[in-house]
Design a protein around this ligand. Sequence first.
Ligand SMILES: [Zn+2]
Length: 344
Amino acid sequence: MDVSLRLPPNKRLRRTTFPHAGIEATLLDAGVVVSGETAGYRWPVTDIDARHRAVFVHAHPDDETVSTGATLAYYAARPDTHVTLVTCTLGEEGEIHVDALAKFAANRSDQLGGYRYAEWLRACDALGVVDRRMLGGAGTWRDSGMMGTASNDHPRAFWRADVDAAAVPLVEVLREIRPQVLVTYDPNGFYGHPDHIQAHRVSVAAARLAADSAFRPDLGPAHHVAKFYWTTVPKSALADGFEALSRSSDNPFEGAAHIDDLPFGVSDDEVTTRIVATGYGRHKLDALAAHETQVPPDNWVYVLAAELGADAVTTEHYILADGERGPGDGPWMWEDDLFAGVTD
Ligand SMILES: [Zn+2]
């Protein structure tokens, strides 16, 4: 195949060979449109020369936006930073909030995954995240649905995946990108969803295996991630939004009378890092709108933004679970940069 490429600034072509089988999946999975001349093909391109590099691992399309959208947009816009998003499933078991698309549901035509893949690409475009990948290739693992449901037992359910096996494609990404920062959920997957818990386990395994030079040397030289973060929300921030949320008909906290009843939220002293991505509220809200099957117009994030201003959705919190904490500020010495203290 002879295709002339016009690469974006600071990007370089990583791989130019295409397997004849599965060519479309390989190209789409790479997640970067190089130029119109390539007729829509997406090529694996990374600017691994960027000084700062972060990999975010999420369970389903829309998680990247809801929990880390402002952070992704903020870092993707920084010229010295490369951001890679790895999403583990297509979210096939998600609810559908658009009546006309209800026919795609898992218990009907079961085509939601393909639709959400397109939503995910549009959301990444809104966030400015050009390097977006599906773990192992789109459709390798399937959305497991909520804990205890029959969909947990689907042969491709991410929840059933062998953790070390599922970590291999992530090891490959870590050794290619060589990020200083890795972001995913805490051991409870932030709120207990099986795929979020599994994303945590797979990320932990991948970080360990990527650093082990004896493991799969064919995947590249060993790489140690300097800072490993979990997403979190401090109860103090929840308190600000709790009332606004109760006015959304799409309130994820329905039934909770008090912040302490929620399945997430930590005390301020457990938080290590706060990213205030002022100016990136529009990116996050546009990305959210791209996930139209998942996000009704009265979604709590919109309500929060409408009631408390865009800054209410551009502040995102993290816990540094592994690595050396950088300099911080305020009563809890929170870092204001995921790369705080990173020197190399
Ligand atoms: Zn999710």
